[in-house]
Write a protein that binds this ligand. Structure first.
Ligand code: FHN
Length: 431
């Protein structure tokens, strides 16, 4: 039977996600010990025997999922996504499929269990990231040149590996995650490449199982693509494993993301604060909070979400540079959240001096450059506007009168100008 995409069911499933707009990504695992990013095994061509000792060292004395979830909530985030398993194959959940899991380390705890409980206790939606790649599993194809791990190198003896047996393992782990940790709000698969996409993962079978266990879960599009691609969600005939949102990585699409039929697709830009997803001790170049807030505004003004990453260190603590930025973002969100949560594209021309977002008949102008004197707003008609106020202070906005017609009830400003709630850009330590 051919798959029929049910757009009405899709829009119902994705509605909360479109309103949420802002989430936290958490990359954590054994790689926090070498502290050179989550691809350290591949980039440094580290053999398994050099990596496995980190397993016996993984004690994470400061691991506190509730502290992570509280930091996300206080930053104004509405959902959190944790790496349940990254490419190194290390499982942060108590799986029956392998001993390579957090419950067998000195930490001895089911990190995913504590994470989902903490997130829900903080009123957040729960997401789990799951790597399709697995450098630990003996049946996952290995690659000779680890700097180009996507090529299937003949010297790696892949003919002896049974990839279908790996897929059975992978599907069983996904089934455990969908069965043992309550209602999941997001499943974040990562990632497809070369000919490893779609049915190469037995994706229809996988998605059918996921949907039978977690009917309302929102799924990303990386059973088909990586951070560069749209996937079949954008086409007139989405595949069964289309995913529910497009997942641009470290970039913001110039004008949002639309399907071939012109429909506005859900999308989420996932971004790091520095240059690494996993903890990297030497990576001190963090973006200032004001830049991260502008990225969030940019995403929402184009109808998208932003998933902002933190990489806890080997002790389990979110780095201080990240905590500083989360706190600054939280100060801004406490006063301006109405211009982000529940908002989307305003349907107005994009001004030079800022960005518009909209929620129903409320318009929000994110002022990047505050004008001297009154504020010309040629995009909106004066005669239908009930009031204009700065969100951060409630103060009336002095404006000029040269306007055209509109149908908006009120305009509120989320002022990104020299806002008292935004700290001076935090000095970044540049090595
Ligand atoms: O290889 C991963 C990477 O480590 C990280 O998890 C990002 C997050 O979107 N996804 C892959 C690269 O696209």
């Amino acid at each position: 039977m051919t798959y029929q995409f049910d757009r009405a069911a899709y829009e119902r499933r994705i509605a909360w996600y479109r309103r949420a707009r802002f989430g936290m990504f958490i990359h954590w695992g054994l790689y926090a010990i070498p502290a050179r990013g989550e691809w350290v095994r591949s980039v440094e061509q580290m053999p398994e025997e050099e990596y496995l000792p980190f397993f016996d060292e993984f004690a994470a004395p400061d691991f506190d999922a509730r502290a992570w979830a509280r930091a996300a909530r206080e930053a104004g985030m509405r959902y959190v996504v944790l790496t349940a398993k990254h490419h190194d194959g290390f499982c942060l959940f108590d799986t029956a499929t392998t001993d390579f899991k957090s419950t067998n380390t000195p930490l001895g705890r089911d990190v995913v269990r504590e994470f989902v409980d903490a997130a829900r206790a903080e009123g957040l939606r729960v997401g789990l990231y799951y790597s399709l790649l697995d450098w630990h599993h003996p049946d996952y194809p290995h690659y000779g040149d680890r700097n180009h791990p996507m090529r299937n190198d003949p010297e790696c003896g892949n003919e002896r590996r049974d990839f279908n047996r790996y897929l059975d393992y992978m599907h069983e782990q996904v089934r455990e995650l969908c069965t043992n940790y309550g209602t999941l709000d997001i499943l974040w698969f990562d990632f497809s490449y070369d000919d490893m996409r779609g049915e190469a993962w037995r994706a229809t079978e996988l998605i059918d199982m996921v949907r039978s266990l977690q009917p309302g879960v929102v799924i990303d599009n990386r059973l088909e693509v990586s951070g560069e691609g749209y996937g079949s969600l954008a086409t007139a005939h989405p595949a069964p494993f289309h995913g529910d949102f497009v997942s641009p990585e470290q970039m913001i699409p110039p004008d949002g993301i639309h399907g071939e039929d012109g429909s506005e697709l859900a999308w989420e830009s996932c971004v790091t604060m520095n240059r690494n997803w996993g903890y990297a001790a030497d990576d001190h170049l963090f973006k200032p909070a004001s830049m991260l807030i502008r990225s969030l505004v940019e995403c929402v003004s184009k109808g998208g979400n932003m998933l902002l990453n933190v990489g806890p260190d080997a002790r389990g603590a979110i780095p201080p540079e990240s905590m500083e930025r989360l706190a600054a973002i939280g100060r801004w969100m406490r006063l301006n959240r109405d211009s982000i949560v529940g908002c989307g594209r305003a349907g107005l021309p994009r001004p030079e001096y800022g960005r518009w977002t909209r929620n129903g008949d409320r318009l929000f102008l994110h002022l990047y450059d505050r004008p001297v004197g009154s504020l010309p707003i040629p995009e909106v008609g004066r005669d239908q506007v009930a009031s204009m106020r700065y969100l951060a202070t409630g103060a009336e906005v002095p404006v000029s009168t040269s306007w055209t017609h509109s149908d908006y009830g009120e305009i509120l400003f989320a002022d990104l100008g020299p806002d008292p709630c935004l700290p001076d850009p935090i000095d970044t330590v540049v090595e």
